[in-house]
Design a protein around this ligand. Structure first.
Ligand code: GLU
Length: 429
């Protein structure tokens, strides 16, 4: 048996990894403004449950490899836990802890009845055949059965997973129970109980919050703004597409292969076609090629980091030219990067608000599954727009009340809701 156990997670709370350090730092900043008993705040710093599994999978070569997976439930005060499953070769338990905590704040901020969770498998999905990807997904789903259900924890896609992975996940759970349970995951194909608009939802929500921010800042000629998007996965590509549909000018985009820039605006439909055909942006020629680092500091008005964590740091925040940063990714800005943007007066729409469109439509999908009644796309997008704008307005109200930046305001709003729910429910036993 070949063992490839990737236990490079740091269990010691004293040395959290970068994403977890960021999540805890953001919490500390915001919690200082929240009127809650100190012991309730202390409780909120910890994940409620953490589940680690190591499971064997037969590779196409016939060899058995052991893979590691995680599922973390951060908090359940507002309802069952909700959050995606990430497949990545460098993912750690600490990173999943951070992402689960952000899901708690995200759901609370946009007022959907969920707590936060996240899951991951330590694997690079690009190194797997389709049948290996299916075997890993089915085995991971079956390993999670003790801690998931439509009423306790509902996974969804995240980086490295998609609607096909969710279909296998749902089928594995359903086969085990003996009947179909569409409400066990969201982000499924529409035929299997997925929702209209779920695929586009996160990117669309990013652009809705960008527009609300432009209005809030009083930008008159909004359509003259130059937009740069880092990341061309599910979030970045749909954000670019929706921005293009609304007549905005996207001047720069990138993916793992690098970036492309055109001052007068890129041909987004052509880029989407190129990526669908070739698998990445590489060899797209209509524009100037540049690196991901160069892309972040391009001359532009709006920067949308929609790739990975830890992209805006003390090393590049000083050089960022955008006046508005809209976080499509989870945790793209480190505490040091955040402080520099704040000092420079750059407005930042935080991840838990800007990218909440995905989990909002996941919530609609779950509601549709539980009721066995599906909505049309117009209804989904109308409700998405309504909830995003409401959360945006709530965030600005709380930020103005406390005279703080939007990240701190959004976190104050979320922590207050979760904390109040804990206090109202009381303590068991
Ligand atoms: N993975 C997405 C996020 O980070 C969506 C989670 C969900 O839909 O449950 O928000």
């Amino acid at each position: 048996m070949v063992s490839v156990l990737n236990n490079h997670n740091s269990q010691e709370a004293h040395h959290p990894n970068e994403a977890y350090r960021t999540a805890l730092d953001q919490f500390r900043r915001a919690a200082a403004y929240v009127r809650l008993p100190e012991d309730v705040k202390e409780y909120l710093r910890y994940p409620r449950r953490e589940f680690t599994v190591n499971f064997p999978i037969r590779r196409d070569t016939g060899e058995i490899e052991v893979f590691t997976g995680y599922r973390v439930h951060h908090n359940t005060a507002l309802g069952p836990t909700k959050g995606g499953i990430r497949y990545a070769s460098n993912v750690t338990l600490d990173e999943v802890r951070a992402l689960a905590m952000w899901m708690t704040w995200k759901c609370a901020l946009v007022n959907i009845p969920y707590g936060g969770a996240k899951g991951a498998v330590v694997v690079d999905p690009r190194q797997l055949s389709l049948s290996e990807l299916e075997r890993i997904t089915r085995r991971f789903a079956s390993e999670l059965i003790p801690i998931i259900s439509p009423h306790s924890d509902i996974p969804a896609p995240d980086m490295g997973t998609n609607s096909q992975v969710m279909a296998w996940f749902m089928d594995t759970y359903s086969m085990t129970l003996g009947y179909s349970v569409p409400g066990i995951v969201t982000g499924k194909p529409i035929l299997l109980g997925g929702s209209e608009g779920r695929t586009e939802a996160t990117g669309r929500g990013v652009i809705i919050s960008m527009i609300e921010a432009m209005k809030y800042l009083g930008w008159d000629n909004r359509h003259d703004a130059k937009i740069v998007i880092q990341g061309f996965g599910n979030v970045g590509s749909h954000a670019a597409q929706y921005a293009h549909e609304l007549g905005f000018r996207v001047v720069g985009v990138s993916d793992v292969s690098g970036g492309i820039y055109k001052e007068n605006g890129l041909n987004i439909p052509a880029i989407i076609k190129h990526v669908q055909k070739n698998g990445s942006l590489a060899r797209y020629t209509d524009g100037q090629n540049l690196s991901n680092e160069e892309l972040l500091v391009l001359p532009c008005d709006v920067l949308i980091p929609a790739a990975l964590e830890g992209q805006i740091t003390e090393h590049n925040a000083e050089q960022i030219k955008a006046e508005l940063v809209v976080e499509g990714a989870n945790g793209p800005t480190t505490p040091e990067g955040d402080a520099i943007l704040r000092e420079r007066g750059i407005t930042l729409i935080p991840d838990i608000l800007a990218n909440a469109g995905g989990v909002i439509v996941s919530y609609f999908e779950w509601v549709q599954d539980l009721q066995a009644f599906s909505w049309d796309k117009e209804e989904v997008f109308r409700q998405l727009q309504r909830m995003m704008v409401k959360a945006f307005d709530y965030t600005t109200t709380i930020s103005e009340k406390h005279q703080v930046d939007m990240r701190t305001g959004a976190q104050i709003a979320a922590i207050t809701r979760v904390g109040d729910a804990i206090v109202q429910r009381g303590f068991f036993p």
